[in-house]
Design a binder for this molecule. Sequence first.
Ligand SMILES: Cc1ncc(COP(=O)(O)O)c(C=O)c1O
Length: 367
Amino acid sequence: MFLSLWLMKEDFLNKKLDERKAQNAYRELKIPEGMIDFCSNDYLGLSKILHPEFPLAVKHGSTGSRLLAGNYPLINETEEQIAAFHAAPAALIFNSGYDANIGLLSSVPQRGDTILYDYLSHASIRDGIRLSFAEAFSFRHNDLAELEEKLKKATGNKFVVTESVFSMDGDLAPLAEMMVLCEKYGAHLIVDEAHATGVIGKKGEGLVQDLNLHSRCFARIHTFGKALGCHGAVVLGTVALRNYLINFARAFIYTTALPESSVMAIRKSYEIFPHMHAEREQLQRLVTEFHHSPIKFNKQQSNTPIQAVIVPGNEAVKNLAGQLQAKQFDIRPILYPTVPTNSERLRIVLHSFNTIEQVRSVTGSLQ
Ligand SMILES: Cc1ncc(COP(=O)(O)O)c(C=O)c1O
């Protein structure tokens, strides 16, 4: 059932891949084995010199793009491990979440297609969309009625893009309802799980899986630079999507791959974070504590570790942040134009290593 659904949804990807094959220009990832290196960018051999020095005995440099010298068994195995964890058919690692969004959104939607994206989407989503030849329109934050109106008018292949946990507000996208709309209008749902990874779901799988929407979601982006404590990102989707990105996503093709040292860290992180139940429970306790503490400013409704306290005006929010920093709380102001004018805010991020007393002390300072 799902298979036939996906085959239908993927026709446009496979058509382009077949064209590539017909032109003899189809790209595949290969592992360079035992050859004399006339390929890598490792001009001084530094990656090999550094190699034995590294405590994990892995390389600091990958020496090229994944399509040239920069592909290696550990990165392929890690993609398989991550795809299995997230119950996805395939995974492709990018050097960062920024690169993943740019690579995916600039290459998949084509001229004549339509992208609809949440107005509060992260800059990397917006930049990726800007690089695409598709038509793009935002819809008001989490506004399903406006999304539906725009879906009715959309042409070509339709893509709906959102974050699952919004980076500046900490609130959640109504993914189940969005999925229903996407299916009604034949649109592909793309979800950036940057701030959900490691945090949302029993094992930190993210919101899409937590809601059991993963087999219906066109693509998911998980980043490693946040709860996972390393660097890089992955795009999850079908095998055809992975092959398509390898062939068309310039942010994947024209850059040096992550080195083994980074991928080793990512792998290790995926072994550890699913078992960090106590930490996720502590986080939730802190979120509840923050949520129920009265303060004199407006708080965004958020059930996640990102808590936004609205303090309109760049100067006012900077002053308040300065007062909190003087009390040794590292709390940063988020200013216009990062957020719309009059919604400047303190972005308070809760961590499992924070204590209830610390949270009470912060909220006490905001009364
Ligand atoms: C929602 C969202 N997507 C993508 C990114 C980019 O991820 P990375 O830092 O790995 O480039 C961020 C980081 O700020 C983010 O908040």
